[in-house]
Design a protein around this ligand. Structure first.
Ligand code: 17E
Ligand code: FE2
Length: 411
């Protein structure tokens, strides 16, 4: 397959991208607009990007909002209670059907790489068993990483450590954690040491729900960062949410950022989720409850954005569209300056790919997998401003998805 008349990010003119044997073969700058030969895909000047990435979602909980009851307070904690009740009734088939439904939504929005958390604080590990099958069954649409996520704690939950070990034995790819939810500060710290040991021993990546609270005393990120630095695991570790950082004072952050740079770990922010779940214990002025996205980015740290939820006990909306989350993140993170807008797709493509450690399995370069998406825009700025959709999605050199452009007629 050959894609002609494609615009590439930050490059002038039009390009031809040729694919062969499921990989990108060559990228050539065109002198002028090219005429399509049979079999060519004419990009018509649209922006060709590597696939969008969803670095943080909970596919085991998607499409369960209101089951068995709605989260009335809108807090993380009531969400965990509602989920605990729903978790008691999950089945293998119900989990698979909901996850597949959500994956179609993600794929239809041009996402081909997904990292899902799966709650392993369940002695049956039923959701994990289901998601491991989904990982294989959904291969045509997406690559899926599975995080063993201890929703109710590692050291505060009965057999929490053994469940984490079993989850990795079963095939989970990434080790998770939730130190701010452990019963005590000490358990938060010991849970991080345990999960870092487990990941190092088993050769896994790490993605910890870290300090997802407005409590400025929740300071587990420094523990995770120091464990990461000491073990030299920066390229393999992600801190998700870190919303407490929005409540840390600047003197502490100034010291913390030095450690973060030394550690070199990645960050995922879920701005729509956090603006909804956080700030719930404030009156006015009310905190935004979001991590320091722009500041991390400007400090040279790797930050990306995720959706977290689609219709679950924590967040009732969501539709698979990561550009909606990018729009929100740019607003909430005060990132609508010209420079930020020109490169905003970094936050949902390259940066996310780096957090997922996709390496040479991602990106537009000869030899890399022919996974590509054409967005209905000329550049990053227009893509987010017009909230465009993916027009074509190409996976392993074959057309995976095509969308008809919307047409509006005034009478
Ligand atoms: N679980 C959690 O601890 N935090 C979240 N944001 C979600 C699930 C969605
Ligand atoms: Fe999450």
């Amino acid at each position: 397959m050959k894609i002609i008349n494609a615009r590439l990010r930050h490059l002038p003119g039009l390009h031809t991208v040729a694919c062969a044997a499921e990989r990108i073969h060559s990228i050539t700058a065109q002198a002028a607009q090219a005429l399509a030969q049979p079999g060519d895909l004419d990009a018509q000047g649209l922006l060709l990007i590597p696939p969008l990435v969803e670095p943080h979602i909970h596919l085991d909980a998607v499409h369960t909002a209101g089951q068995p009851r709605w989260n009335q307070s809108g807090t993380l904690f009531e969400g965990i209670e509602c989920w605990s009740e729903r978790k008691a009734t999950i089945t293998h088939e119900d989990t698979k059907a909901r996850a597949h439904r959500a994956i179609r939504l993600l794929a239809e929005h041009g996402i081909q790489h997904v990292r899902t958390h799966v709650d392993v604080t369940d002695p049956s590990l039923a959701a994990l068993g289901a998601l491991l099958e989904v990982q294989d069954e959904a291969r045509e649409l997406i690559d899926l990483q599975i995080v063993a996520f201890p929703q109710e704690g590692i050291d505060s939950f009965t057999n929490g450590r053994a469940l984490m070990e079993r989850a990795i034995d079963m095939g989970a790819n990434v080790v998770g954690g939730i130190p701010h939810y452990e019963h005590t500060r000490e358990q938060g710290v010991s849970s991080i040491r345990f999960l870092m040991d487990l990941a190092e021993r088993r050769g896994c990546l790490v993605d910890v729900h870290c300090d997802e609270t407005d409590d400025p005393h929740s300071r587990f990120l420094e523990v995770l960062a120091e464990e990461t630095r000491a073990r030299g695991m920066g390229a393999r570790v992600t801190a998700s949410h870190t919303t407490a950082m929005g409540s840390y004072d600047n003197a502490y952050c100034s010291k913390l950022f030095r450690l973060l740079r030394l550690a070199g770990l990645s960050f995922v922010s879920c701005p729509t989720e956090s603006i909804h779940l956080q700030g719930r214990f404030d009156t006015f002025p009310k905190r935004r409850g979001i991590t320091r996205i722009a500041e991390l980015d400007r400090a040279g740290l790797n930050v990306c954005l995720g959706q977290d939820s689609i219709q679950d006990p924590w967040y009732p909306l969501g539709n698979g569209n990561i550009l909606r989350v990018l729009d929100a993140g740019l607003h909430i993170g005060h990132m609508m300056g010209y420079e930020d807008l020109q490169r905003c797709l970094d936050l949902v493509t390259d940066n996310s790919a780096r957090a997922l450690a996709l390496g040479e399995g991602y990106g537009i370069a000869p030899g890399r997998p022919a996974n590509l998406v054409l967005l209905d825009a000329e550049n990053d700025y227009e893509a987010v401003r017009r909230q465009v959709k993916a027009r074509w999605s190409i996976r392993q050199g074959r057309l995976l998805m095509q969308r008809e452009p919307e047409r509006v007629t005034f009478m």
